[in-house]
Design a protein around this ligand. Structure first.
Ligand SMILES: NC(=O)c1ccc[n+]([C@@H]2O[C@H](COP(=O)([O-])OP(=O)(O)OC[C@H]3O[C@@H](n4cnc5c(N)ncnc54)[C@H](O)[C@@H]3O)[C@@H](O)[C@H]2O)c1
Ligand SMILES: O=C(O)[C@H](O)[C@H](O)COP(=O)(O)O
Length: 379
C-alpha cells in the first residue's frame, strides 16, 4: 500500500510506516502526476484535494487531513468516488485558545488596559471558540458567544446577536470558511460590517483569512478607521496583501494552531481514523514519540496576580516572537511558508507544572489556572 504524506505532518513516518510504503511530498505544489498511485493521501490545509488533484488516480481509498479546517477538501467529490475521509476536529483548539490569550495579554500591556474590564465576543462557538472561552473565562474575562447554527441546533449555552458582537470591546473569529448557505462566512466581516467597528475595539482573526474582506480592511486601515488588529490568517495565503502589515498590531503566518502538541494530535487522530478504516488495532499514540517540553515545571513563591499570570503564559508562548519572525521573513522568497515549515517549537500551557510552595498563594477570586490550561501542583 502506498501512503502519500505531506512532509509537514509531524511524526508521519512513525505513525504510518506499519501500513505500507511512505512517500512524502510538498503540500503547496503537489501535482496529480505525483499522487497518481497513492492508496492513502494525508494532507494539511495547503493542499487542495479535488477532482483535479485526483484525476490520474484510480486506486485511492482514503484521504485524511491532519487539520481542523476542511475547506481545502472537495467532500462532495470524495463521496461521489466513494473515497473515505477523515479530518482532525479539535486537534489544535487548545493552541488557538492560547494564541488568543497571549495576544490579548500583550495588547493589554502595550495599550495599558485591564483585560478583566473588557467584553470579548467569540464568533463561532465550536472547538476553537470554546477553547478561547475557556482560557479567557479562566482569567475572569466576560465572554459572549455568537453562533447561530449551534443556537438553532439547541445548544444550551447563552448566545448573543450580531449587533452585540459588533459592540463588544474585543471580537475573536472562530468560524469555518464557507462560501454558501444561510450561515456563509465568506466576507462575514465585509466593508459594511467593518465600518461599524471603531479604533477602540480589537479584532482577532485566527480562523480563515477569507472571513474578513482584506481589501476593505486595508482601505479602512488607510483611513485609520479599523480596530486594533490581530491577524493570524489572511486572504490568498501565502501571497497575502503585505500592505496590510503596518496596520496590524500582531501579525503571524497562520500558526495559531501550531503548538507541537496540537500538530501531533492531528497526526494521531488520522492514525486512529485510518486504523479504524482498515480494521487494524491502533496501538501507537503520540506519547510514544513526543519530545519533553524544554521547561516542564516551575516553583511559584508569591501570590497569584494578573502580572504573574501574564509572565507564566508568556514563559510558554509569547506571540510577539512569531510576530517579529514573520515581519522579518515575509519579504523573503516563500517567507510565509518557510516560517510555517521551520516553526520553532511551541508547547501547550499544560506542559508546565506550577508548584506553589504555599498552597494559599494559588487562591484568586478571578484567575483559575487549571481552567486556563496549566497543570497545578502543591509542594
Ligand atoms: N489559525 C489556525 O491555526 C486555525 C487552527 C484551527 C482551526 N482554524 C480554523 O478555525 C475554524 C473553526 O475551527 P473549530 O475547531 O472551532 O471548528 P468547529 O466546527 O468546531 O466550530 C465552528 C463553529 O462555527 C459556527 N459557525 C458556522 N458558521 C457561522 C456563522 N456564520 N456565524 C457564527 N458561527 C458560525 C459553527 O456552528 C461551529 O459551531 C476551522 O474551520 C479552521 O478553518 C484555524
Ligand atoms: O485548520 C487547521 O487545523 C489549522 O488551520 C491548521 O493549523 C493549519 O495548518 P496547516 O495545515 O496549514 O499546516
Amino acid at each position: 500500500m502506498k501512503i502519500y504524506i505531506d512532509e509537514n505532518v509531524p511524526y508521519g513516518k512513525d505513525f504510518f510506516e506499519s501500513f505500507g510504503e511512505i512517500i512524502t511530498f510538498s503540500g503547496r505544489n503537489v501535482t496529480p502526476e505525483q499522487v497518481k498511485d497513492a492508496d492513502i493521501l494525508l494532507v494539511r490545509s495547503i493542499t487542495k484535494v479535488d477532482q483535479t488533484l485526483l484525476s490520474l488516480n484510480e486506486n485511492i481509498k482514503f484521504v485524511g487531513t491532519a487539520t481542523i479546517g476542511t475547506d481545502h477538501i472537495d467532500l462532495d467529490y470524495l463521496t461521489k468516488r466513494n473515497i473515505a475521509f477523515s479530518s482532525a476536529p479539535g486537534c489544535n483548539k487548545i493552541s488557538v485558545g492560547e494564541y488568543v490569550l497571549s495576544a490579548l495579554l500583550v495588547l493589554a500591556e502595550s495599550k495599558q488596559f485591564e483585560l478583566i474590564n473588557k467584553t470579548v465576543a467569540i464568533v463561532g462557538a465550536g472547538n476553537t471558540g470554546s477553547a478561547v472561552y475557556q482560557c479567557l473565562t479562566g482569567l475572569g474575562v466576560r465572554c459572549k458567544l455568537y453562533d447561530p447554527p449551534l443556537q438553532a441546533s439547541g445548544d444550551s449555552r447563552e448566545f448573543c446577536n450580531f449587533s452585540e458582537v459588533l459592540q463588544s470591546d474585543i471580537i475573536s473569529l472562530h468560524v469555518p470558511k464557507t462560501m454558501k448557505g444561510p450561515f456563509k462566512t465568506f466576507h462575514l466581516f465585509d466593508e459594511t460590517v467593518l465600518q461599524q467597528l471603531s479604533p477602540q475595539q480589537i479584532l482577532v482573526n485566527a480562523c480563515r483569512g477569507e472571513v474578513i474582506d482584506n481589501q476593505a480592511l486595508l482601505k479602512l486601515a488607510r483611513e485609520h478607521k479599523t480596530p486594533t488588529l490581530v491577524l493570524d490568517v489572511w486572504e490568498n495565503e501565502p501571497n497575502i496583501e503585505k500592505a496590510l502589515l503596518p496596520f496590524v498590531a500582531l501579525a503571524t503566518p497562520h500558526i495559531a494552531g501550531y503548538s507541537l502538541d496540537g500538530r501531533v494530535r492531528g497526526t494521531e487522530m488520522l492514525y486512529q481514523a485510518l486504523s479504524k478504516h482498515l480494521k487494524n488495532e491502533a496501538i501507537l499514540n503520540s506519547t510514544d514519540f513526543m519530545v519533553k517540553a524544554k521547561i516542564s515545571q516551575t516553583d511559584i513563591q508569591s501570590p497569584l496576580t494578573s502580572e504573574l499570570l501574564k509572565s507564566l503564559v508568556h514563559l510558554i508562548y509569547d506571540v510577539r516572537r512569531d510576530d517579529a519572525l514573520f515581519r522579518s521573513k515575509v519579504n523573503q522568497i516563500n517567507g510565509f511558508d518557510q516560517m510555517r515549515k521551520n516553526y520553532p517549537e511551541r508547547r501547550e500551557l499544560s506542559t508546565l507544572s506550577l508548584n506553589f510552595t504555599d498552597p494559599t498563594h494559588q487562591n484568586s477570586q478571578t484567575i483559575n489556572l487549571n481552567k486556563i490550561g496549566f497543570t497545578v501542583k502543591n509542594k
